[in-house]
Design a protein. Structure first.
Length: 572
């Protein structure tokens, strides 16, 4: 249980560390992984295929060379006496060893009897007890199979042994070539590929850092600007101008949107002040109307004695109601204007969120940077052409083989009738040259296969495009800031709509009040017969004026809340 808990904690730690890695670091790390994988795959495939085919080629050449030399020894056996045979044998063995040395191979030539003892090259008839360093098991295999190739370890070195059986003498002729001697060109090629890969990694890292620096800095600048704007500082502006025209356009659009917000907030601030002033004026008028109504209510007791004075107050009440209606209509106009401004602000916020979506689409273009990786992998493809050096070595061997064929033809011509055996040798040498040329063609085919493998490595580089999705995290952070702005603007719009509704209610009440004022004037003209009804109407108006005062106070409270919301933004 403890180990399981520790493992879970370690996984959680690494996930947390991964999330805290900056996007630029992730891009560079991904490029490094892709290029390193491509280099490893290409180098591994190059080495494996080159080594396999080179070993097969060398084994085939050794087998052909041994087979040719065995036939020469057989021909020498029937063409010369023992003394002449020893000299000719020593000559052709020396020439064979020299050809291997010229080709750059570390070769050891063995001429053994069936009992495993070494044949004396100076005198083939001389009996010796000298044993070769070949094991008895290898010698038994050679005697059993007569010809072929076998791998072994001699003196701590891995060697390839080609052998053949001289049936006329019951001998074994064998050539042991160390693998290190014919693989050294492949080792050099592998080292060259590794060095080229390291250079490509360095170049890729440098270009990636240069390519992403402007984009990352611009995104950080835009993110910081949106974050401060979300906190209410609308005077902030983005200075991002790197990373391409899309980033620049986004930065300019953000600045334009913030300018619109700032202007809209300033107009809302003015509207709030006007709304507050209108509310205070409405409250003052309502209170005056309430006082006037109270006063009229007292005058109803003396209406019959002072009807003319009551008629004057009635007209004052009508004028006050008209003024009140004008004030309410002015407030309503301001509220409607404020409503339109809040709708403009909401539309601007939505437009900003749409701009963020375009940012997400642009970040996806970062994946195209990975296409640069393809260019560096193509460099590895060019390095595969160095393998053609091996075919050059094979062609050199083929040329030397042709020279040996020419020497054999000359010797055969000199020997006349006795040189027929050498003519056969010359023919075999020509066959060897032909086989070497075919092997060179096969190596060229292998190089084409290696280029196909390099194309497969290019597909791995295309996966770097997936890193663009990580950039969307920063865009989401910016989108959250816009959502916060949109929520505040929506709240402002709701409060403005509440103010509009309250203003409409007050307007309806005032119109009702005005309508009743006309009735009051009529009642004053018939004061003698309707004084009781006038008292009732004045009481009703007193109640209505109380509602007007209450509604004006509600409007003032809404304006205060509106001002508090506005104070969360700064425009300086």
């Amino acid at each position: 249980m403890y180990l399981k808990s520790t493992k879970i904690n370690l996984i959680a730690f690494f996930i947390k560390k991964y999330k805290s890695i900056k996007i630029r670091t992730r891009i560079l790390a991904l490029f490094l992984i892709i290029i390193t994988a491509a280099i490893s795959i290409t180098t591994g495939i190059t080495y494996s295929i080159g080594k396999s085919n080179l070993e097969n080629l060398i084994s085939s050449q050794l087998d052909n060379s041994v087979h040719s030399l065995v036939r020469q020894i057989s021909l020498l056996t029937s063409a010369y006496s023992s003394k002449e045979f020893s000299g000719k044998l020593k000559y052709i063995l020396t020439e064979d060893a020299s050809s291997y040395k010229q080709a750059g191979f570390d070769a050891q030539i063995y001429l053994l009897k069936s009992d495993g003892t070494v044949v004396d090259r100076d005198n083939v008839n001389k009996e010796t007890d000298e044993k070769s360093d070949l094991s008895d098991g290898i010698i038994d295999q050679m005697l059993k199979q007569k010809k072929g190739t076998v791998g072994a370890d001699l003196k701590g070195q891995s060697v390839t042994i080609a052998y053949g059986y001289v049936i006329e003498k019951d001998w074994i002729y064998a050539v042991a070539v160390t693998k290190a001697s014919y693989l050294k060109l492949l080792y050099k090629q592998q080292m060259a590929s590794i060095i080229s890969g390291v250079v490509c990694i360095i170049l890729a890292l440098v270009l990636s850092m240069l390519g992403t620096r402007g984009i990352i800095n611009s995104i950080r600048e835009i993110n910081a600007t949106v974050t401060l704007a979300g906190r209410g500082k609308l005077s902030i502006r983005s200075g991002a101008n790197q990373g391409g025209p899309e980033i620049t356009n986004l930065s300019q659009s953000l600045n334009l949107m913030l300018s619109s917000f700032q202007k809209l907030l300033s107009e809302i601030s003015v509207s709030i002040e006007e709304l507050t002033a209108s509310s205070n004026k409405l409250n003052e008028i309502a209170r005056k109307t309430d006082d006037s109504t109270s006063y009229v209510y007292g005058l109803t007791k003396r209406m019959s004695e002072d009807s003319e004075e009551q008629n004057t107050f009635a007209f004052q009440m009508a004028e006050s109601a008209g003024q009140l209606i004008d004030t309410i209509e002015n407030v309503t106009q301001k509220v409607n204007f404020t409503t339109e401004l809040s709708e403009v602000m909401i539309n601007a916020a939505c437009e900003g969120m749409n701009t963020l979506k375009e940012l997400g689409e642009f970040i996806s273009e970062i994946g195209k940077v990975s296409d640069k990786t393809v260019e560096f992998v193509n460099i590895l493809d060019k390095r595969s052409s160095d393998i053609t050096k091996i075919t050059s070595t094979i062609k050199n061997i083929s040329g030397q083989t042709k020279l040996l064929s020419l020497n054999a033809s000359i010797e055969a011509a000199r020997a006349g009738e006795y040189g027929q055996g050498f003519m056969v040798v010359a023919q075999e040498i020509q066959n060897l040259a032909y086989n070497s040329a075919n092997s060179a063609v096969e190596v060229e085919d292998i190089i084409k296969d290696m280029q196909s493998s390099t194309e497969a490595a290019l597909k791995v580089a295309e996966r770097g495009r997936h890193i663009s999705h990580k950039g969307m995290e920063m865009a989401e952070t910016t989108n959250n800031a816009f959502n916060e702005i949109l929520n505040k603007v929506t709240l402002t719009h709701k409060n403005v709509m509440d103010i509009s509704e309250k203003a409409q209610q007050i307007t309806d009440n005032i119109k009702l009040f005005e309508k009743n004022s006309d009735k009051i004037i009529d009642k004053i003209n018939h004061m003698a017969s309707s004084s009781q009804e006038m008292a009732v109407e004045v009481e009703r108006h007193h109640s209505i004026s109380g509602d007007v005062i209450l509604n004006s106070e509600n409007i003032l409270n809404v304006a205060t809340k509106f001002g508090q919301i506005k104070s969360s933004f700064t425009t300086d």
